[in-house]
Design a protein around this ligand. Structure first.
Ligand SMILES: C[S@@+](CC[C@H](N)C(=O)[O-])C[C@H]1O[C@@H](n2cnc3c(N)ncnc32)[C@H](O)[C@@H]1O
Length: 238
């Protein structure tokens, strides 16, 4: 079967899965109101005022990341992520979220009974304060090309990375290839408990695509379920 056929088949199966997931979201909703109720609204308002307009000399990415002050938007997106991974209907899991940013995904996951650790690079004030407001644990570390991530002191049932930026981006010339992704997946596997899984929700970082053909083939060879940007690897064997 050619790669074109394989991709066509994937996309047809994908539209059925998307439809089914939509039905599942209706049958098992994850409403925002109880999530909002867990947040200190006074602190949130102060934080939003403080970070709405970063000083003119602030780094450009601070301005970009002030979009995360739109709480409802990002709670909604991350409630969907939690539903996609069926975390709202599963026993407590230990979750590592790489490139956790403001921590919305872990916040929603923790509200569903899970325990999370975020990993991200240097401090962005709006991320620091939202992480603190959400009461999350975070480690500062870089994911670097062909280097192991640091020892995290424990193993995880689930390792996620949503819209990660460690592999390059729309405007970079250093997008990771097969070798780097293969290395990262093997490295992350070392941090999984038996039965643990890895999930990537990718950005269209490869000229508007989520991955190249070669990277897609790597994901499939490693047994991942690939649904557009969503890559879900099979459970680690005991
Ligand atoms: C587009 S944001 C996504 C944030 C969050 N995952 C979300 O979906 O809302 C990319 C995140 O990756 C982090 N990041 C960038 N380079 C990284 C690296 N080398 N290692 C770890 N995290 C990195 C950024 O600081 C930022 O939090």
């Amino acid at each position: 079967m050619t790669l074109r056929h394989k991709i066509g088949k994937l996309f047809r199966a994908e539209s059925y899965r998307r439809m089914w997931r939509h039905v599942e979201r209706i049958l098992a909703p994850l409403p925002l109101r109880p999530l909002r109720a867990r947040i200190d609204q006074q602190r949130l308002r102060e934080l939003q005022q403080r970070h709405a307009s970063p000083p003119p000399d602030a780094p450009a990415h601070w301005r970009h990341y002030s979009k995360y002050l739109d709480l409802d938007k990002y709670l909604r997106i991350n409630a969907r992520r939690v539903q996609y991974l069926r975390l709202h209907r599963s026993p407590p899991k230990d979750i590592l979220d790489i490139g956790c940013g403001a921590g919305f995904f872990l916040f929603v996951a923790q509200a569903c009974g899970h325990h999370g650790l975020g990993l991200d690079v240097d401090k962005v004030p709006v991320f620091d304060e939202l992480i603190d407001l959400f009461g999350l644990e975070r480690m500062i570390a870089h994911v670097r090309r062909l280097e192991p991530i640091p020892d995290l002191g424990r193993k995880f049932d689930l390792i996620t990375a949503f819209s990660p930026a460690f592999h390059g981006g729309r405007n970079t010339s250093w997008d990771w290839g097969v070798r780097e992704w293969d290395y990262l997946i093997s490295d992350l596997e070392r941090h999984l408990k038996p039965g643990g899984r890895i999930f990537f929700g990718l950005n269209p970082a490869y000229n508007g695509e989520f991955y190249t053909d070669e990277i897609l083939q790597l994901f499939l060879r490693r047994g991942a379920a690939v649904e557009r940007e969503n890559i879900f690897f099979p459970p680690k064997s005991a």
